[in-house]
Write a protein that binds this ligand. Structure first.
Ligand code: TYD
Length: 209
């Protein structure tokens, strides 16, 4: 029988701690001798790195949210074709920092791209995560954490109302698809406490991994 891979994505606003939790989960799987890769959007491929630069440069001002959406989609198609799908076919667990839910939260939720337009382009994306962790944080706290950690990018720098719209859309998605999207409220929790919650979900689907 062919080994089947498993696709896990991490979502959340700025400063929600996705990167740290992905590292912890990767270390956990490695200890179990599972084959895994960690990856992210945008910017996991050479072409994607250039697209990422266009998307996140603070000097860039998009006149149309549609061009932004198209660039995220091109990044995703390259990423799927050259990284994610080959890894899944090889039976690996793929841990990915952001995926389609980010597009719905940021481009549909906050940039006000219509669902019709999103759906049109999203038909090109043929795979869906088996499990998604939504690390939920109040934008005020998240931005503060992100600022302490690194220089803010073009999207980080959007007004608070933008980040509240992102969060609201994420929470809406999680309500619509509770089987796949596991929401973890990270406020007031240590990194280890968040990871304990993630592990509980991982153990619950143990058979599939
Ligand atoms: P990044 O520095 O990777 O942010 P983070 O550390 O918060 O994940 O920047 C990626 C930015 O791109 C982030 O602000 C979210 C945004 N984004 C979209 O707007 N749409 C998308 O489809 C994706 C994948 C990301």
């Amino acid at each position: 029988m062919n080994k089947k891979g498993f696709f896990i994505t991490f979502e959340g606003g700025e400063g929600s701690g996705k990167t740290t939790q992905i590292k912890k989960l990767a270390a956990y799987f490695e200890k179990q001798k599972k084959e895994i890769i960690t990856t992210r959007e945008p910017g996991a491929t050479l072409i994607g790195q250039q697209i990422r630069q266009i998307l996140l440069d603070t000097d860039h001002q998009f006149s149309s949210p549609l061009s932004e959406l198209l660039l995220f989609t091109v990044d995703r198609l390259e990423h799927l074709a050259s990284v994610v799908i080959p890894a899944l076919k090889a039976g690996k667990i793929v841990l990915c920092d952001r995926f389609v839910d980010s597009t719905i939260a940021y481009q549909v939720g906050a940039q006000k791209v219509s669902y019709n337009t999103f759906n049109l382009l999203n038909k090109l994306i043929k795979i869906k995560p088996g499990l998604t962790f939504l690390l939920d944080i109040e934008p005020e706290e998240g931005i503060q954490r992100a600022r302490a950690r690194a220089v803010l990018n073009r999207l980080d720098k959007k007004k608070l109302v933008f980040h509240h719209q992102v969060r609201a859309k994420y929470l809406e998605l999680a309500v619509q698809d509770p089987e796949r999207i596991k929401t973890i409220n990270v406020m007031g929790l240590s990194e280890d406490q968040v990871f304990t919650k993630i592990l509980a979900h991982i153990k619950a689907i143990g058979e599939k991994l």
